[in-house]
Write a protein that binds this ligand. Structure first.
Ligand code: AMP
Ligand code: ZN
Length: 135
């Protein structure tokens, strides 16, 4: 993927503040952090998102994510951490190369978490059936 910014970071064609790398993954500081210590973990091979990645790289990315999450927690003395992946534009994905956000959270940091749906205008039993039929 020629014009993928995270491929360029993986190939070191553009600089980033790398905190960890191995043969399959890299972790670097987010250029526009939500909090101090906000890190992104990527596979060094191009995949669009969680739905696209193969098992080998998924395993590698998740292992690196856990390792780096532990390190970030200690490094910035975080009280908690949000670890998340945005998949597709409508879910906030802006860079279409799989990345895991590791976002340190601090007591009273003022950041909101998810708001729950107030009106449930669907049948959860139907939802369970539909999801199971796709597995
Ligand atoms: P997302 O909205 O989940 O696609 O997140 C993309 C993230 O990539 C954002 O948090 C950006 O701040 C971050 N980002 C974009 N370009 C760079 C870059 N060159 N180096 C580090 N982080 C970047
Ligand atoms: Zn890429």
């Amino acid at each position: 993927m020629n014009d993928c910014i995270f491929c360029k970071i993986a190939n070191k064609e553009i600089p980033s503040l790398i905190v960890y790398e191995d043969t399959k993954t890299m972790a670097f500081l987010d250029i526009s952090p939500i909090n101090k210590g906000h890190v992104l973990v990527i596979p060094k091979k191009h995949f669009v998102n969680l739905l696209d990645v193969d098992k080998e790289y998924l395993n590698a990315v998740m292992q690196t994510s856990q390792k780096v999450t532990k390190a970030v927690k200690e490094a910035v003395n975080a009280d908690g951490l949000n670890v998340s992946i945005n998949n597709f534009k409508e879910a906030g994905q802006a860079v279409f190369h799989l990345h895991v956000h590791i976002i340190p959270r601090f007591k009273n940091d003022g950041l909101k978490t998810w708001e729950r749906s107030k009106e449930k205008n669907w049948d959860d039993n139907e939802v369970v059936k539909e999801i199971k039929s796709k597995l």
